[in-house]
Design a protein around this ligand. Structure first.
Ligand SMILES: CC(C)(COP(=O)(O)OP(=O)(O)OC[C@H]1O[C@@H](n2cnc3c(N)ncnc32)[C@H](O)[C@@H]1OP(=O)(O)O)[C@@H](O)C(=O)NCCC(=O)NCCS
Length: 189
């Protein structure tokens, strides 16, 4: 468990096009991590201009960044599904904290803000995500917010001759979620 001092040093805010360069640095670190946490490839990542466009404000998608001493150290994206008959669902993706800033509360603070965005966006009632089965820290963190595993896809992607499975996780946005948000607010005082 982190001290209150550690948790207070983390700040989380919505990212904008002016954060594109810092975002791209963290995002590429995420895609190069071993063992892989993501199926996307660094060479397919949008360039700086395209990244800035992606970070522009949208009603259906939001990028959050965790900062320590004004340095972007962690990222998460929450997006609403596109189809009119799926807009009641959102998904979390691109969740990552730079290795030297882990275990200091950045991840928890990012999920808290992403779930708060989903909770306050009218019509969203469920949040989904997928996570590589080896990413135990992430799975434990998701479970602490109430996400449960409802399936496992075998061999979702391959890298360097190895195959990686992914868990599918889901969280209905209900009073349990509100309780978790309250727990976080109590921790950060
Ligand atoms: C998952 C990740 C974002 C967590 O970031 P973080 O800033 O270290 O998370 P926090 O410090 O907020 O930790 C929150 C909780 O995660 C769990 N956790 C974090 N690091 C852990 C570790 N090394 N081992 C076990 N559990 C861990 C703990 O339950 C911790 O709870 P606590 O606050 O009661 O101590 C980070 O480990 C990471 O970037 N991992 C690689 C990418 C990844 O797996 N992304 C998910 C893709 S779906």
């Amino acid at each position: 468990m982190k001290s209150l001092q550690d948790i207070k040093s983390v700040s989380v805010r919505v990212l904008t096009p002016s954060d594109a360069k810092a975002y791209l640095f963290v995002r590429l670190s995420a895609l190069r991590e071993q063992p892989p946490a993501f199926g996307s490839l660094p060479e397919d990542e949008p360039n700086l201009c395209e990244t800035a466009v992606r970070l522009a404000q949208s009603d259906d998608r939001c990028f959050f960044g965790a900062f320590q001493n004004e340095q972007l150290v962690g990222i998460i994206r929450v997006s609403r599904y596109d189809a009119p008959n799926e807009k009641h669902r959102a998904y979390l993706a691109g969740f990552y904290v730079l290795p030297s800033f882990r275990c200091q509360g950045c991840g928890r603070a990012l999920i808290h803000e992403a779930l708060s965005w989903a909770t306050h966006t009218p019509g969203i009632r469920r949040v989904n995500l997928t996570v590589v089965t080896q990413q135990e820290a992430a799975i434990r963190l998701y479970q602490s917010f109430g996400f449960r595993i409802y399936g496992t896809e075998p061999e979702t992607f391959s890298r360097d001759g190895q195959f990686y499975d992914e868990h599918l996780m889901t969280l209905p946005l209900n009073s349990d979620n509100d309780r978790n948000a309250q727990k976080h607010d109590d921790m950060v005082g």
